[in-house]
Design a binder for this molecule. Structure first.
Ligand code: MLT
Ligand code: MN
Ligand code: ZN
Length: 298
């Protein structure tokens, strides 16, 4: 038994390139000058035989076609046993619709996230005879796969974009936005693709982890605004940035995490350009910039 992870998609919602975006990175990716990245998803296994997908992105069909570990092993046998979603955002749940082909698996989420799915009848396309929906309490460990115990924990965040009301709290602690702790005999991994800020509880949980996959949405909080692409800051979207005094580069310094990998990167993020100064700074601070197809064994 040894833990392994495959980054199925390293980009945030929209992907790189995003279909309607002419920003610098999207233009470079379209031209093949920097690698394209699909939307946010991670596959994990402890035995190499059975796999779970953490977040089902709209790109899941393509992602599965690029990942031999998840190919069917028989007529309708497939190594996929579980899908877990960490919030109700479209980039994390839309791929569930692609998984409607009568494949047996368990869909894990908090009760709050299951409620969001239940309010959207299109997800009934997942036939209840084969897809079991399992509601997981916060902070209670459960068996995600053979040899792999998972615990969901609250992370400051907000409701999905399509459920926002007139006013939005962007750092709610509850069961709408969670992180996942994954424990095997000898490794402890944290997966947190969306996080508005680091608090003491999170710091305690993260300290000394072997492996971390973390929210890399933006480099700068005002990146979307300065690029002329919108009015929203990262904070308004429920994401802490990489740079700055409150950013993740500074926040994770000294937490003793062996390996730190950014995922869920927005297409505007300069670290997506292999030759950027920002990427060099992130790497110098001990981070790996995740990318599609990356395989990780701690
Ligand atoms: C986010 O991570 O902020 C959301 O995925 C945004 C969206 O739903 O497009
Ligand atoms: Mn997202
Ligand atoms: Zn773009």
């Amino acid at each position: 038994m040894s833990f392994r992870a495959h980054i199925l998609g390293a980009a945030a919602g929209g992907g790189l390139p995003q279909w309607n975006c002419g920003c610098r990175n999207c233009t470079l990716a379209r031209a093949g000058d920097i690698p394209s990245q699909t939307q946010s998803s991670l596959a994990v296994s402890a035995d190499g035989q059975t796999w779970a997908i953490l977040n089902a992105s709209p790109d899941i069909r393509h992602q599965l076609s690029c990942t031999p570990a998840l190919f069917p092993t028989g007529l309708r046998d497939c190594p996929l046993r579980a899908v877990l979603v960490t919030n109700g955002d479209i980039d994390h749940v839309a791929g569930l619709l692609t998984l409607r082909e009568m494949q047996e698996f368990t869909l894990f989420a908090t009760a709050g996230i299951h409620d969001v799915l239940a309010q959207n009848p299109v997800f009934d396309a997942l036939n209840a005879n084969v897809v079991t929906r399992s509601a997981i309490d916060l902070d209670r460990p459960f068996e995600l796969l053979p040899g792999l115990t998972a615990t969901l924990f609250p992370v400051p965040g907000k409701v999905p974009l399509y459920m926002e009301g007139e006013t939005v709290e962007t750092d709610v602690i509850g069961d709408q936005t969670v992180g996942v702790e994954l424990v095997t005999d000898d490794t402890r991994t944290l997966y947190i693709p969306g996080c508005a800020m680091l608090n003491d509880g999170l710091r305690t949980r993260l300290r000394g982890a072997d492996l971390l996959f973390f929210d890399g949405t933006l480099w700068r909080d005002d990146e979307m605004i300065t690029e002329g692409l919108g009015q929203k800051t990262g904070q308004r979207m429920g994401h802490m940035s990489m740079s700055g005094p409150e950013g993740s580069l500074a926040a994770f310094d000294g937490l003793g995490i062996t390996r730190k990998i950014y995922v869920h990167m927005n297409n505007t993020n300069p670290v997506l350009r292999p030759d950027s100064d920002e990427r060099a700074r992130a790497v110098a601070a001990g981070w790996t910039i995740g990318q599609d197809g990356m395989e990780i064994t701690p």
